[in-house]
Unconditional design. Structure first.
Length: 360
């Protein structure tokens, strides 16, 4: 593909949180993939998911690295402003973890149930997630419920930006948290806690971060949406192509304006782990399976919203047909065809979670 002349390049402002799964955005810029597709991406680190959401809705950001469930939460207006958003593509699978205090992690090692360990605490257990309707909240609540706890009653859930979680755990303000890497790794590095389960074990190959934008951007500027999708999709493919590419990404992520932790620590999170099954590992591309905007993923998230009483039950029929407008399959297909990325035969997929519950 020929790089467009400088006067044809369109500048876009893209927000991200300091997490490993922002790597595709950094790679797209550092490798010049944005320029190859006629774009100049200006990346902006955000202080919290709420700030990122607000800046996306206000138009300060054209697009964002976002939790898939956050986008669904904004679309349905749960606990905040309602707005029409669009998911252009997935950025990764897996890569999150639940971290507990050393005493709770030790109790599990000794064969005690989490419920009994929590009952022994001198106060109501406090767990942190990163956004009330975000993926981290859903992984945490799903895991707790599978262990016989009611996350709406048995714990106090608080919202914290991921970089603040390890120190809050060390200070005894939290008993556990769920966040994207490298913050579970950081908690272990400072002795604040231990990762007891990674999200890929809860749901092998689960959706996580997405490339999100406002609906009007995606609908009124389809060529621009396709170009943005193609640039980031190419970066995702590059990240999965060679181990050395992730080592390079760790160097970029280590810079202060990205994550600002030692590159060696970040590289350890990006590398395959001993004993980790293929479906549980952090993947950015997976031959396109990690990137296709699966409508069935949206149905799972909405099902969890209803499970916890945040959204009314579906009225019957295809009550969630609007998901086809949120998951922008047309833009993705055009980008994938440009790059020779395989496309799935059907727009839905099925899986089984760690408690043997099937969905899809």
């Amino acid at each position: 593909m020929t790089t467009p002349p400088a006067d044809a390049v369109r500048t876009l402002d893209v927000g991200f949180m300091p997490l490993l799964d922002a790597a595709p955005l950094l790679a797209a810029v550092r490798l010049g993939l944005d320029r190859r597709h006629g774009l100049s991406l200006r990346l902006h680190r955000q202080a919290s998911w709420a700030v990122l959401r607000d800046r996306l809705l206000s138009g300060e950001l054209d697009a964002a690295h976002a939790m898939a469930a956050l986008v669904l939460g904004v679309q349905t207006g749960i606990g905040g402003p309602q707005a029409d958003l669009a998911i252009l593509m997935g950025l990764n699978r897996n890569g999150q973890a639940i971290t507990l205090s050393p005493s709770l992690a030790q109790a599990l090692d000794e064969g005690r149930s989490l419920a009994s360990a929590l009952r022994a605490l001198p106060r109501k257990p406090v767990f942190a997630q990163t956004f009330p309707t975000g993926t981290h909240a859903l992984w945490l609540y799903y895991w707790l419920a599978a262990l016989g706890l009611d996350p709406m009653r048995d714990i106090e859930a608080v919202t914290l930006p991921p970089p603040l979680m390890p120190q809050a755990l060390a200070a005894g303000e939290l008993d556990g948290f769920c966040a994207g890497e490298p913050w579970g790794e950081q908690a272990e590095a400072i002795g604040a806690g231990r990762r007891v389960i990674r999200s890929g074990r809860i749901w092998s190959g689960h959706p996580e971060k997405v490339l999100a934008t406002r609906r009007d951007f995606a609908a009124l500027q389809p060529e621009l949406a396709t170009a943005l999708t193609a640039a980031v999709l190419e970066a995702c493919r590059w990240l999965d192509a060679e181990p050395s590419h992730r080592e390079q990404a760790a160097q970029w992520l280590a810079e202060p304006e990205a994550i600002g932790l030692p590159a060696e620590r970040l590289a350890a999170c990006l590398a395959p782990r001993e004993g980790e099954l293929a479906g549980e590992a952090l993947r950015f591309h997976a031959d396109g399976d990690a990137n296709f905007p699966w409508i069935s993923d949206g149905r799972w998230f909405l099902g969890q919203f209803r499970r916890w009483g945040w959204l009314p039950a579906a009225a019957g029929g295809d009550d969630d047909a609007w998901l086809a407008d949120l998951y922008r399959r047309d833009s993705y297909r055009q980008a994938a065809l440009q790059l020779g990325v395989p496309l799935p035969v059907v727009p839905s997929r099925a899986s089984m979670l760690f408690d043997r519950r099937e969905w899809g």
